[in-house]
Design a protein around this ligand. Structure first.
Ligand SMILES: *[C@@H]1O[C@H](CO)[C@@H](O)[C@H](O)[C@H]1NC(C)=O
Ligand SMILES: *[C@@H]1O[C@H](CO)[C@@H](O)[C@H](O)[C@H]1NC(C)=O
Length: 291
């Protein structure tokens, strides 16, 4: 091989190595924020395992703060009897009037289904719960959970299927998260006072430690820095960045898919809970759920 051919091959190989390590490296992209050694990153940096026992759960947060983006995470939930455990993947800003976009997975007794709990907080106010069953066993394999957050809407997706949309209706006086940068947080913790069947089923500590696994964290997002503001260019290095999320909405196919999920798998919708709000639903409930 000629020297220039050799050089090309080297460059090609180097870029392959970069690609392979690119998608996600937990050592680089997150920091463990609680759990005293219970959260573990494997040698390759590709797999992060959270653990929960009677003394403590564990968790991690993204290295960066973001202002808008698409955040994908693959999670395998606690198998078997996971009653009382809550596994999370969410975005949150800091402070009293914080914004937050939540995926929370409420465990259950063996053979009983998980509940996927979602919520959106804007300027400190949440109370926008929607809950779902999943159409697969979330403990048997990894599945991809995604949050799309752009100035017009928030979309929750499960394996690419939209399950929930929260639109920016600021024009109607409804606050929307858009001025506060958020970090990605994930955790595994105990909430057996309320999580499973309303708190009636407690965690069986003889089964501890409980484990949930994370991989392929992909923030395709704009990184925020206090000194320079938002930078969509200096995002987490070499993450797969398409920026397609910036204007992402639902097309006809997406709307149909979301209707299918909501009609078959939604088990709670705050906009359908008339006793809770005494007939005076939050303003966004009166507006179209779609688009
Ligand atoms: C657990 O299973 C029961 C019975 O199937 C179900 O009513 C409940 O919604 C499930 N999830 C949680 C978190 O309790
Ligand atoms: C909506 O409300 C009706 C009547 O209370 C109830 O039967 C149904 O399960 C609710 N659906 C959801 C998704 O909350």
């Amino acid at each position: 091989m000629s020297p220039s051919g050799m050089l090309k091959l080297c460059i090609l190989m180097a870029s392959f190595i970069l690609e392979a390590s690119a998608a996600c490296n937990f050592y680089r992209d997150v920091k463990i924020n609680f759990g005293d050694g219970r959260a573990k990153i494997d040698k390759s940096g590709q797999l992060l395992t959270l653990s929960l026992d009677k003394l403590s759960g564990s968790g991690f947060e993204s290295e960066y703060e973001y202002i808008f983006g698409r955040f994908d995470m693959q999670i395998r939930l606690v198998p078997g009897n996971s009653a009382g455990t809550v596994t999370t993947f969410f975005l949150s800003s800091q402070g009293e009037r914080h914004d937050e976009i939540d995926f929370e997975f409420l465990g259950n007794a063996s053979g009983q289904p998980y509940t996927l709990h979602t919520n959106v907080y804007a300027q400190g106010k949440g109370n926008r719960e929607q809950q779902f069953r999943l159409w697969f066993d979330p403990t048997a394999a990894f599945h991809t959970y995604s949050i799309v957050w752009n100035p017009r809407r928030i979309i929750f997706l499960v394996d690419g299927s939209p399950i929930r949309v929260f639109n920016n209706d600021e024009g109607a006086g409804i606050p929307f998260p858009k001025n506060q940068p958020m970090k990605v947080y994930c955790s595994l913790w105990n909430a057996d006072d309320w999580a499973t069947q309303g708190g009636r089923i407690k965690t069986d500590w003889t089964l501890a430690p409980f484990l949930a696994s994370y991989r392929n964290f992909n923030p395709d997002a704009c990184v925020w820095s206090a000194s320079t503001g938002s930078s969509c260019a200096s995002r987490s290095p070499d993450s797969i960045n398409t920026q397609a999320w910036q204007t992402q909405g639902l097309d006809a196919k997406g709307r149909n898919r979301m209707r299918w999920v909501q009609s078959k798998f939604m088990i709670y919708d705050y906009c359908n809970d008339s006793t809770r709000f005494n007939g005076r639903f939050p303003a966004e409930c009166r507006r179209s759920r779609f688009l």
